[in-house]
Every structure is written in C-alpha cells, then in structure tokens.
Design a protein around this ligand. Structure first.
Ligand code: FAD
Ligand code: FES
Ligand code: FES
Length: 488
C-alpha cells in the first residue's frame, strides 16, 4: 500500500517526509525522525501534556490554533497544517517568545521536563486569547493548562506566567504568508487516493465511499482513544481512514428545536455549542479530559467508542439525543442509547459510521444537570456519571429523562426511575422513593475506580443533590453542607 508523503509547515518551511507508516504517532516523527527532542515523552497516553504541540490550520481567511498531545496523534493527521514545538518559538537572534520570557520571569520551571509542554499550551492561549485582546484571568489560565502536569515547580508561578505573558511586547505569526503556504500545500496535496495506507478525505461522499471500499481500515476521528491502543496496546493499523477533515461533519448546525453536531466536531467545539444552549453544563464540559484532548477528540468518537464510563453519553441520553448513522446505502436515525448492544459493541455494520448527533434544545420548563464522580477533579475518567433532565409543570414532573454511566456494560437510561417520577409531584418524598428505585435499578461492578456499593450509594445521593439544586441550593451551599465529597 502507498503512503503518500506527509507534508506540513514548520518555521516557515514545508517539511516533506516519505514512507511514514499510517500508525506512526506525531511524537515518534518529531523525536525519532526529526530529532526534535524538545518535545518530551512522559506518559505517552495523553495525560501529562509533556508532548504538547500547537497545530495551525487554515480556516477561510484565518488560522485556527490548537494545542494537542502529539503522543496520541497520528502523524498523517497533520497533513497540510502548520506545526509549532517549543523550539520553534525562539527568534533567529535567540530572543525568547513572550510565553517563554514570562515563564523565565515568573520562575515557572524547575527540572524543566514539563516546560516545553506548558510553553505550547501557553502559546495556544497566546494566539487564541492574548493576540485577540482577551484578558487572561486566573480561571482561564487554569482551564487552558488543564492538560499539563508539573511535578516539581508547582502551579502558582506557571499560572502567573500565563497572566504575565499578556503584558510583554507582542509577537505575532505572519499569518498572511502562512495562509498562502498552507493553501498551496493543500492544493498540491489533493490527488487520487486509490489504495492509500492513510486516507484523509475532505468530503462526506468520499468518506462513505472509502468506508464502503475499505471496511477493515481503522476509522479514526481525533484518535484520543485509538492513540492509546497504538501506544499502550501495541496494536498496528496497516490502513487508517481519518474522518477529521470531512467538511460536512465539522459543522454544528443550529435548527429551531435541535443542534446537529457533526462527527468530526472536536469536543471543545461540541461542548461550546451545548453550553451555549445550556450554560449549566460549563463546569461539566471542563471536566472532560484536559484541553489538548478536547482539542483533538470528538463527541462522535466518544459516543462511537461506547465506553461504559464515557462522559458524554449519560448527558446525551438524558437530553434525548439521536444518532444518525450513514453509509453509501443511505442513513438511519436512532435514539443514542439504542446504539449499544453490549460492552463496546454497537449496531453499526462495517460500511457504516456515525455521522451526526442530534441534541434537542433546552425548553423553558426543563431542569437539567449532569454530575461526574471521579477520583481527581481534573483530567480523570468517571467512576460514575448521572445526568437528569426533568420537565416540570405546576410542581409536577411531566417528563423525566435520566442517563447513567459507570453502572452497566454500556451507558444506560434509568427507565424504572423515570417511570416512577413521571406524573408525580416534585417533592422530597418523591425524590426519596426515586433514590431507592435508582439504587436498585442497576448492579454495577467493583473495579479500581469504585466499589459496587459506593456506586450504588452515590447514585442515589446524586439524585438528592439534583433535588436540592432544583430547590435553589447552590454548589456552595452543598459544599458547606459537606456534600462536595460526593462529586469531587
Ligand atoms: C488523557 C485522556 C483523558 C480522557 N478523558 C476522558 C473523559 O474525561 N471522559 C471521557 O468520556 N473520555 C475521556 N477520554 C477518552 C477520549 O478522549 C474520548 O472518548 C474521545 O471523545 C474520543 O474521541 P476521538 O475522536 O478521539 O475518537 P477516536 O480515538 O478517533 O476513535 C475512538 C473509536 O471510535 C470510533 N469512531 C470514531 N469516530 C467514529 C464515527 N464517526 N463513526 C464510527 N466510529 C467512530 C473509532 O473507530 C474508534 O473505534 C480521555 C482520553 C485521554 C487520552
Ligand atoms: S506524553 Fe504525556 S500527554 Fe503525551
Ligand atoms: S518543572 Fe519539573 S515537572 Fe514541571
């Protein structure tokens, strides 16, 4: 099989690499092939951020910048994009970029192992926020650095640096020149892909055709799950079908009653759309992985992967989302929970893929919340996730919709609890009865994240929390009442 040359722009030059295997990661290319060892390998699974790089992609007249983990990104996925690593920020005369200067000034580095990764996350922040005149608050700095770990310096000086960089003389990328280069590269890069080892289609028609002709090619979107199968599972994929550039699937479409989120929309963008409709989801969105993972991974990948502890599915089930599956033969639409047939198994046939997730918009009578319980607050996988959406009219529950993760082999709908709640007055007495039903509705397993007994206990507690919040109790009230342990 032919692997077409991998081409991207770095330091104003086009880099062309031949014979890069389809499952070679970007970090391997950087460190082993290009000897760019400033980009570090820490965990090699997307957790620590030491390998963070920034990608630039032409989008109309703009460049879109994203900090991503190079360790779990396949190298060919950056075809036709611009790439920066920490060493690319230093000027020809050796002077430092403001993000580097700020780290020096604020004493933001001790052993230095994490520093190139922090530099790149800061650079992404600089391009997306500072150069657009947006103030860098402490909260924003914490949010944008959520995917980077430092074991020795401590975060205060690093967060200081994030705020200090905005005060230093500005340095901007020459975007006009870069756009021109990227345009040429992408024009030159388009050609027939008869039997390629890495397919990177840009249209839905091409994607579906390739899926039909090459059903055994490994389908990837953001590769944040698949990257671990390569690095930790040592799996090899001789042929990859990457859907991340399919223009139709990169859109969030807004209809009067629902949002349609394309399968190539990143988690960052998908959650932004969901949060704009339901602002209460903001805190939950930020607890899904860290920013570099959200900048690569997709909502479609989370749903299709079907992990029983995947975070988005309980929420999407509670909101009544449907999935649209497509193939060259046509499409079908089904409620999201009907996608799953067993542990990481689903109804999709080999030539089919998930194209859209349709999420009903909020209605005025809705009260909805989602709770994630994990060992660490940031960048951790759930032990348990509960999402509840109620429609209340005249103090009565007219519709109850509940999604749960971490209690069965797949994400599930709590049908018995829903049935108990529907038509009942929304009172503490009803909630107590519903808690008892919810606790007996599933038989979760014990594993390294939580025991079965803990999951059952907390599941009911979360419904009580939902009740308290529906009565106006804020997270702060609940924390002072000692309930924060349940969700921290
Ligand atoms: C450090 C780290 C932290 C994480 N934290 C969380 C977390 O907090 N919560 C959580 O839920 N997950 C988390 N994840 C898991 C992962 O990021 C998500 O599941 C993500 O949404 C996967 O999307 P992707 O686009 O990267 O999928 P990929 O890795 O590209 O694909 C995953 C699977 O889905 C299939 N697939 C992808 N798109 C489609 C499609 N359109 N149609 C059919 N099949 C498809 C692929 O073939 C593959 O089998 C984390 C991962 C890492 C590395
Ligand atoms: S090496 Fe840890 S995130 Fe990539
Ligand atoms: S400076 Fe040592 S790990 Fe961050």
């Amino acid at each position: 099989m032919i692997t077409r040359p991998l081409q991207f722009v770095r330091r104003g030059q086009t880099v062309t690499l031949h014979d890069v295997p389809p499952d070679r990661t970007l970090l391997e290319v950087l460190r082993d092939d290009l000897q760019c060892t400033d980009t570090k390998e820490g965990c090699n699974e997307g957790d620590c951020g030491a390998c963070t790089v920034v990608l630039g992609e032409a989008q109309g007249a703009d460049i879109k910048y994203r900090a991503v983990n190079s360790c779990i990104r396949l190298a060919h996925s950056i075809q036709g994009q611009a790439l920066w690593t920490a060493q690319d920020l230093v000027a020809a005369d050796g002077s430092l970029h403001p993000v580097q200067q700020a780290l020096v000034q604020c004493h933001g580095s001790q052993c230095g192992f994490c520093t190139p990764g922090f530099v790149m996350s800061l650079f992404g922040m600089y391009q997306n926020r500072v150069l657009h005149g947006h103030p860098v608050t402490r909260a924003l700095a914490q949010q944008d650095l959520s995917g980077n770990l430092c074991r020795c310096t401590g975060y205060r000086p690093i967060l200081d640096a994030a705020q200090t960089m905005a005060q230093l003389p500005r340095i901007a990328v020459n975007e006009a020149d870069l756009l021109q280069q990227l345009k040429q590269l992408n024009q030159a890069g388009q050609g027939p892909e008869a039997d390629s080892a890495y397919f990177l289609p840009t249209t839905l028609a091409d994607l579906l055709r390739l899926r039909s002709h090459h059903p055994t090619a490994q389908l990837v979107a953001g590769c944040t799950d698949v990257g671990l199968w390569v690095n930790k599972g040592h799996r090899h994929f001789p042929q990859v079908l990457d859907l991340s550039r399919v223009s139709e699937l990169r859109r969030v479409e807004h209809y009067p009653h629902h949002l349609a989120i394309g399968a190539a929309v990143t988690l960052t963008e998908a959650f932004a759309a969901l949060v704009s409709d339901r602002p209460q989801l903001q805190a939950f969105a930020q607890r899904f992985a860290g920013l570099p993972v959200r900048n690569s991974g997709t909502l479609g990948g989370n749903v299709a992967n079907g992990s029983p502890i995947g975070d988005s599915m309980p929420l999407l089930i509670a909101l009544g989302a449907n999935v649209v599956l497509m193939s060259t033969r046509g499409h079908r639409e089904l409620p999201l929970e009907q996608l799953y047939t067993g542990y990481r198994q689903n109804v999709m046939v080999p030539d089919e893929l998930l194209a859209w997730i349709k999420v009903p918009k909020a209605v005025p009578q809705e009260f909805s919340r989602v709770y994630k319980v994990s060992k660490r607050f940031d960048d951790d996988i759930s032990a348990l996730c509960l999402a509840v959406a109620l429609r209340l009219e005249g103090g009565r529950v007219v519709q109850a919709s509940i999604g749960v993760g971490g209690v069965a082999a797949t994400p599930v709908r709590a049908r018995q609890t829903q049935a108990l709640l529907t038509g009942q007055p929304w009172t503490q007495a009803t909630v107590h009865r519903a808690m008892a039903v919810l606790r007996q509705e599933f038989a979760p397993i014990s594993d390294l994240r939580a025991s079965s007994a803990y999951r059952v206990q907390v599941l009911g507690n979360l419904l009580q929390r939902f009740w308290l919040e529906s009565q106006g109790a804020s997270a702060i009230n609940l924390e002072s009442a000692g309930l924060e342990e349940l969700t921290a």
